[in-house]
Design a protein around this ligand. Structure first.
Ligand code: B12
Length: 296
């Protein structure tokens, strides 16, 4: 090894060791600082003079790493505090995000959306949004009129029957449905799946796909449905797929693609992912656990 190479190697080794040492010191700083603090607190308690005191300020993590982590997600990480309370801006932000979630849960799809999406319009046995929220089972069955309409107008024996539902966030369908439905239809058609005429179901739970799949003898159903919102996330849509439909089919036989929204999985990506999932599902002869175990 030449003299220059040797120096370069030595410098690199020294730099790595220094980095390792710093990381170790950071990790050790936390328990040591707390240990001292707790011990002095105990000493004071023992002689009967215990009183409230503040915890030491210890840099527990690398600030630049934390900044990267925060930049990678809209989730509320390391919000800080003042005393035992949230900072005012954080508190107000949480209230606003909670309001978004409530609006999403209580919102409804406009009457003309099914027509704009080119869907046959159906509804479940729920007569109102409140009934939908209070009685999940009623959102898994079609009302009598819709069941008749489905039999009269629905496509029988399709490979894939697409269903759009408001679910627990109507906004999710309003915002993402117009992009996702055509993208999914195109991707599935290009993959040579025979599709049924799409359906819309008002006040829909995931389980309504069972009744629809059975009534139409579809090989597989796919329901695009609004997810239960998280804080500040009122526009997130999921796709649930069910192969070989049966009434009361277990979720373990189904699959889910979640977080479809502008800040998450984009509609075009979701359409591709769903098409690939269905290709694997048809090849394996089943979804969910069966698909996972098949290794397809
Ligand atoms: C609520 C919920 C549950 C509840 C459902 C109970 C209920 N009656 O609502 C409980 C706690 C039981 C649950 C369980 C599971 N869940 Co869950 N769940 C959710 C959550 C928070 C909301 C779902 C939702 O809004 N659905 C739409 C409404 C309209 O549907 P619904 O008809 O009211 O309820 C049905 C669906 O929620 C469905 N469901 C719930 N979770 C799952 C998961 C899978 C894989 C399937 C096929 C169906 C399914 O079951 C309900 C009854 O039919 C989502 C996260 C999200 N924000 O979407 C995760 C989510 C859907 N669940 C997930 C997972 C992984 C699971 C479990 C597999 C966890 C586990 N390891 O056990 C189990 C599987 C359930 C089963 N085998 O039955 C993942 C799915 C990831 C994926 N791409 O496959 C999600 C996206 C969370 C996440 N980000 O990881 N879940």
């Amino acid at each position: 090894m030449s003299e220059i190479d040797r120096k370069a190697v030595e410098a690199a080794v020294r730099a790595s060791l220094a980095e390792l040492l710093q990381a170790q010191e950071r990790a050790e700083a936390v328990p040591k600082a707390f240990e001292g603090d707790l011990m002095s607190q105990r000493a004071r308690c023992d002689d009967g003079t215990c009183r409230p005191r503040s915890m030491p300020h210890v840099p527990v993590f690398d600030k630049s790493e934390l900044a990267q982590l925060k930049a990678a997600t809209p989730a509320r990480l390391a919000q800080g505090r003042t005393g035992t309370r949230y900072l005012t801006g954080v508190y107000v932000g949480l209230r606003a995000e909670h309001a978004i979630a409530l609006d999403a849960v209580h919102g409804e799809v406009p009457d003309d959306l099914p027509q704009k999406l080119g869907c046959i319009s159906l509804r479940t046995r729920c007569k109102s949004r409140d009934e939908y929220l209070l009685h999940p089972d009623a959102g898994r069955r079609l009302d009598d009129e819709s069941a008749k309409r489905l039999t009269a107008e629905g496509t029988r024996g399709a490979d894939v029957q697409i269903i759009c539902g408001d679910g627990l966030a109507a906004w999710a369908l309003i915002e993402n449905g117009p992009a996702l439905l055509p993208a999914l239809t195109n991707a599935l058609t290009a993959a040579r799946f025979k599709l049924g005429k799409p359906l819309f179901v008002k006040f829909a739970r995931v389980g309504v796909q069972d009744e629809i799949g059975v009534a139409l003898q579809s090989k597989c159903t796919v329901i695009l449905v609004g997810e239960r919102p998280g804080l500040g996330t009122g526009d997130s849509l999921s796709i649930y797929t069910a192969f070989n439909p049966r009434m009361g089919q277990d979720n373990a036989e189904k699959d889910c693609i979640s977080n479809i929204r502008p800040l998450g999985l984009k509609p075009a990506e979701a359409a591709r992912e769903c098409t690939q999932l269905l290709q694997r599902t048809f090849a394996a002869g089943g979804g969910g656990v069966k698909l996972t175990q098949s290794g397809t």
